[in-house]
Ligand binder design. Structure first.
Ligand SMILES: Cc1cc2nc3c(=O)[nH]c(=O)nc-3n(C[C@H](O)[C@H](O)[C@H](O)COP(=O)(O)OP(=O)(O)OC[C@H]3O[C@@H](n4cnc5c(N)ncnc54)[C@H](O)[C@@H]3O)c2cc1C
Length: 510
């Protein structure tokens, strides 16, 4: 491991990563468990200023900043590890760091104009500034490519105009990346998407918050609706290598593939909470952990921990900003969908095991349920991403003129070894004209097979074999259950006008 050149105020010397991470962990433990009441922190909105000051004193975001600009060099395993350390204590804090890293610092590193990068990175390392990304608009979320925020060029500056909402760190970030489409002289919007850096210290670049939202969870992070009517210098436009849409895909795929960093500490915390609660809680004269169904739940949480570990390993070796991830839809989408499902399922399971106690607002279980839920929605709704996973695979099958799923997956580098765990259940022909719901079901299955492949690789590297074999068994069972549903061909449709003849009380024989 290279000796990082980053100089920490507190450590006063150039620090090895392990030392850096340990100091960060200690600061978080201090802030979350000792200095502030953790429960109060996570049930009230925002963060007391001293908390963020202490967290930022170690400059955790330096892991995302290139060495030549005073950062630790943007090593992905360091980024993943810092996100994981944060999410053990607070998923919202980890998402805050993830937003800054994947949605602002990494795209700026890769596509930013040399002239603006230095001063901005300096403001992150010295002044502990923060940045986020605005893509979503009130009428264009999933359908982001049709966004209406526009830009025109006037006298060497760009005028960006539109409405953005749900951007994490609304009203708090010092910098924004704002997406927009070029408006031609005929008023028409071009098809490509461009990114502009806005500096909230500059009055003409200031984005105006029109409304703050009462978000259900992730209380630490402000969200809302913003009016964008700003003017930024020419150098504030990111420079795509080819098209802006490819730049956006590269950025979003990198961000999605980095979700396991946020999942990792979160899942480990859920696992630790589940084990300690099940050992301590006595029901019917014995510890909960002795019940078979409890064992089942905890094994599944543990499988999620192992699978997420495997994803972190894969991400660390594949997501560097030097790599072009615009074509990596399969791995990025599979990892994002599966890890976010695992996070939500694990927190639901912990809540079940906790019983009534888990439903208290300040309990880690209930809070984890609401905090992890939007991960299945943002950066690509999971329903849509599962569909895209299947579509990408069907396209490759068409190109190879292959119709058998098992044969195709046996030859694919993201699935070839995982397929061997299935007896004959993947040996069937795939229809090229599947309904959307079947595409989604198939995408779920494929996402789990890809995850198994990553777990096999983790096992090869020497990770504990008992955890690996349990995890593979859980995922195989899960995928086979989904396969049974996939083969069910009877399709139901919504009866929209359902009220007439549907009141149960009319049929009571009293
Ligand atoms: C906590 C949180 C944080 C966020 N952070 C950011 C951020 O930092 N920056 C940013 O720009 N945005 C952010 N967002 C916005 C987020 O990316 C959007 O909410 C998301 O893209 C969905 O868009 P939408 O809300 O307009 O829902 P819609 O586009 O209306 O979609 C709603 C649902 O409809 C279904 N659906 C949509 N299209 C299809 C389809 N083609 N086929 C089948 N089903 C479909 C899906 O189930 C989908 O979840 C955040 C949102 C949340 C909740």
């Amino acid at each position: 491991m290279s000796i990082a050149s980053y100089l920490s105020e507190d450590l006063g010397a150039s620090v090895e990563f392990d030392t850096f991470r340990d100091a960060f962990r200690e600061t978080l433990q201090n802030v979350f468990s000792r200095r502030a009441d953790f429960d109060e922190l996570s049930t009230s909105r925002g963060l007391p200023p001293f908390v963020m000051r202490e967290i930022q004193s170690l400059t955790p975001l330096s892991v995302f900043i290139p060495e030549e600009y005073g950062g630790r060099g943007g090593h992905v395993h360091e980024c993943q590890a810092i996100l994981a350390t944060a999410s053990y204590e607070s998923l919202a804090l980890s998402l805050t760091l993830g937003i800054n890293g994947a949605l602002f610092l990494q795209p700026l590193t890769k596509y930013g104009h040399e002239e603006v990068k230095g001063p901005i990175f300096e403001r992150f390392t010295e002044d502990k500034n923060m940045g986020g990304l605005m893509i979503t608009e009130p009428d264009y979320g999933t359908d982001a490519l049709n966004m209406k925020t526009s830009y025109t060029k006037e006298d060497g500056t760009y005028h960006v105009d539109g409405t953005k909402h749900w951007a994490g760190l609304t009203g708090w970030a010092d910098f924004w990346l704002i997406t927009a489409r070029r408006q031609g002289s005929d008023g028409e919007l071009g098809r490509d998407i461009d990114f502009f850096v806005a500096d909230m210290n500059q009055p003409e670049q200031l984005v105006e918050v029109e409304e703050f939202y009462e978000n259900l969870g992730l209380y630490m992070i402000p969200y809302g609706r913003n009016n964008v009517d700003i003017r930024v210098p020419e150098e504030h436009r990111l420079q795509p290598n080819s098209t802006g849409i490819k730049m956006m895909l590269d950025t979003l795929h990198r961000s999605r593939i980095e979700f396991p960093g946020m999942g990792m500490g979160f899942l480990q915390r859920i696992l630790d909470e589940a084990i300690s609660h099940a050992r301590e809680r006595s029901v019917g004269g014995q510890a909960l952990i002795n019940y078979d169904q409890v064992q089942r739940r905890i094994t599944e949480i543990q499988a999620a921990f192992t699978a997420c570990s495997a994803m972190c390993l894969h991400t660390s070796e594949h997501a560097h900003t030097d790599n072009d991830l615009s074509g990596k839809a399969l791995s990025a989408n599979a990892i994002k969908t599966v890890v976010t499902d695992l996070m939500q399922d694990a927190s639901q399971s912990l809540l079940q095991l906790m019983g009534g106690k888990g439903y208290q607002l300040d309990n880690v279980a209930g809070r984890s349920v609401v905090d992890s839920r939007p991960f299945q929605i943002f950066e690509g709704s999971n329903d849509v991403l599962y569909q895209q996973i299947s579509e990408a695979m069907l396209k490759s099958m068409r190109q190879l003129k292959e119709t058998n799923l098992e044969t195709f997956l046996s030859d694919h580098d993201l699935t070839s070894r995982a397929v061997e765990y299935f007896d004959d259940t993947l040996n069937f022909e795939v229809d090229q004209s599947l309904s959307q719901r079947k595409l989604v079901e198939l995408g779920r299955i494929l996402g789990r097979i890809v995850t198994m492949e990553l777990v096999i690789e983790l096992g090869d590297r020497g990770f504990r074999s008992d955890l690996i074999s349990n995890c593979l068994q859980v995922f195989k069972t899960n995928a086979e259950g989904l396969l049974a549903g996939y083969h069910e061909t009877k399709q139901t449709s919504v009866i929209e006008d359902y009220v007439e003849g549907s009141a149960w009380i009319d049929f009571v024989q009293a």
